[in-house]
Ligand binder design. Structure first.
Ligand code: HEM
Length: 256
């Protein structure tokens, strides 16, 4: 077992065999270190969700615009896209793994539970963070299967045959992401899944954002209302942007 020793006259030292990463291990093994990692990975994921939503709004600028954007991301960025994908996956996994671990630790430290659940700032969003998080993860897997791997929903092609989303091509022969999104959200049950999950994402983010800011040290009377307002504002913008795309297709404002 690695142990650490404090040298009162100098810097913290580590017992022989503890290795050069003992500080990291001790820090990341602590609940505080893990909470900070959950906050940082959460904030990075919010950044991804915001820019993903902004990019998807190109649906409103027309077929050429969104198809060119998707083509740029997938084909013009070279290795960068794979580094970004790897980073995104690492963020998702770290965030979920540590959040669940912290929750289980807290439960184990209090096996009987409170007679009355009256935590400092408990509200339905804060008590359901793990559950909304698990639904969002399930949604992300469904979403990848749906759009990225085209495993969920066959489409009718121009020549009347059935195919996958990958068979949809525009006039330039590029992947027709515009037609793919229209095909996806023209199907009522797919739109319904997206809409319900966007609401749960809003619930998760509107609590997660102020909670992360608190963990990162922005606390106190002055910051608390501002952090809450920022949480609702960012979560609300992501919700409205994503809703707009689904509803615009559903209502046929965006046409094939
Ligand atoms: C209505 C809301 C959303 C729309 C319209 C949408 C649309 C899309 C589309 C069209 C793609 C595939 C792009 C392509 O293959 O060319 C995609 C990929 C992706 N989306 Fe979304 N998305 C939405 C919400 C979300 C949410 C809430 C998350 C996260 C929880 C998410 C995570 C991802 C990821 C991780 C990818 C794969 C990126 C890659 O291939 O590298 N999306 N999305």
């Amino acid at each position: 077992m690695s142990t650490t020793a404090i040298n009162p006259k100098g810097a913290r030292t580590y017992a022989a065999g503890a290795g050069p990463f003992a500080w990291n291990q001790a820090y990341l093994g602590s609940s505080v270190g893990q909470k900070i990692l959950v906050a940082i990975t959460g904030a990075s994921l919010v950044g991804f969700l915001f820019f993903h939503m902004l990019g998807n709004l190109k649906m409103f600028s027309g077929r050429e615009s969104i198809n060119a954007y998707a083509h740029f991301l997938k084909h013009d960025l070279g290795a960068i896209i794979w580094i970004a994908r790897g980073g995104l996956l690492a963020l998702f996994v770290t965030h979920l793994f540590l959040a669940i671990r912290l929750k289980l630790r807290a439960k184990a430290a209090r096996p009987i539970g409170y007679a009355m659940h009256r935590t400092a700032q408990a509200n339905p969003a804060s008590t359901s963070m793990i559950w909304t998080g698990i639904v969002i993860l399930t949604f992300a897997v469904f979403h990848l299967a749906h759009y990225t791997f085209s495993l969920i929903h066959p489409v009718e092609l121009a020549d009347g045959t059935m195919g996958t989303y990958f068979d949809l091509r525009d006039a330039k022969g590029q992947h027709d992401v515009y037609a793919m999104v229209i095909a996806g959200f023209s199907t009522w049950w797919i739109s319904a899944i997206y809409l319900v999950c966007q609401v749960l994402l809003f619930v998760h983010l509107s609590h997660g954002i102020p909670s992360s800011l608190r963990t990162l040290g922005l606390t106190g009377r002055r910051f608390e209302p501002a952090a809450k307002a920022l949480g609702y504002a960012v979560a609300g913008v992501i919700l409205l942007g994503n809703f707009a795309i689904v509803l615009a297709v559903w209502s046929e404002f965006l046409k094939p």
